[in-house]
Write a protein that binds this ligand. Sequence first.
Ligand SMILES: Cc1ncc(COP(=O)(O)O)c(C=O)c1O
Length: 449
Amino acid sequence: MKFEEYQAAYQRKTRLSKKLYTRSQHVFAGGINHNIRFFSPYPFFVQKAIKNCLFDVDGNKYTDYWMGHWALILGHSHRAVSSVSSRQAKSGILFGTANTLSVQLAETIQKLMPRAELMRFSSTGSEATMYSVRLARAATGKRVIAKVIGGWHGFNTTLLQTVNYPFEYDESLGLIQEEEQFVESIPFNDLDRSLKILETRKDDLAGIIIEPVLGAGGCIPATRDYLIGLQEFAKKNSSLFILDEIVTGFRISIHGAMSEYNLEPDLFTLGKIIGGGMPVGLVCGSKEIMSLADPILRDQKYKRCSIGGGTFSANPATMSAGLSTLNYLKSNKQTIYTKLNSLGEQLRKRLTRLFNDSKINVKVTGMGSLFMPHFLGRRDNNKDKVDNALDVATANQKLLHMYHISLMARHNIFFLPGKMGCFSDAHNTNDLERLISATEAIVESGVLN
Ligand SMILES: Cc1ncc(COP(=O)(O)O)c(C=O)c1O
């Protein structure tokens, strides 16, 4: 079967979406509100989402492995969250004042992640990582932030470097060289080369920020040695070690990836899951560092690090959804994390076997409930290596896209094309079996050869 036939099948069943996309192009640049949400020929438009399914405007139902940018660990419209959210909507969505729910949510996080001695909520993860940069600079009096190549920390200006391949090109118009010089990029999972680069900037190095599992960059867990090596370098150099747990926090474990890797970040960021599907970000850290943001202790603006503005920060709608999510995770942690990690593990193994039995060179990476196949094709050197964002970018992205579109077109299974997938508590082994048999059918159709 040819890929064009899959594309035609997609177009036949998404006629209303096509019309909506045309309308959408008249009101949004590119017809979308997040660059990655576009895929060719046009994205389908969702009307509602329940459990592990998306329902589009044409009446199609898809099993969802994108799960709201990996935020929805309990699934869409989970009863424990939606009942509390609708109650909260009746007693106020936005107070714009201090509120009890924010304290309850922060206390819950602090018990599970004790390195969060003090915190500040924001409305997005991008703000949280931006604040972490400002705090690191304020705490150290230094300017340079190191990040890994392929690391994604949201759309804040500072960290918008070396995100997408080719990494040496600017990520965007509108960025200025004077600012870029204060970010240094290091190669993910290559400790020797990273340390050599860090050494050249060490006198002005405010902090190193890293995701424990490279997420948008290709679903690759950092090695423990790499993370520990960076952490040690930062501590020895009086720079801060900042862990971006916006994807991994409450997903890899209820105590975050930091507990799995045994890390001691000076600052860490959370988002996604802690908002229960509502907009959120959180920067957390030691009392000493976070107190730099205390406007009471530091009553003059030149004495403090100003972070955590935002009309919507700590709004009760988000706080109640986040609190219900974390309470549910806490009460069911044994069953949920065992199930999610086992689904992820089984899928990685079975997909790898399936593709390789069919002589399609694929490596499936991931950790816990996160997974992503990489089509390697015929590679001359380091054949099956997928250790960093360059390995991901130079794998066959076109085949991955075709695989994901084929799943959507003929099997009603949704991955955001080209992105990693995840399981939620609303998925089960039947979903896994369906994904495997859909993949078998796609492989048999010959479209991936
Ligand atoms: C690791 C990481 N950090 C930060 C962000 C930015 O979060 P937000 O999209 O909420 O601004 C993301 C978003 O996907 C992310 O994956």
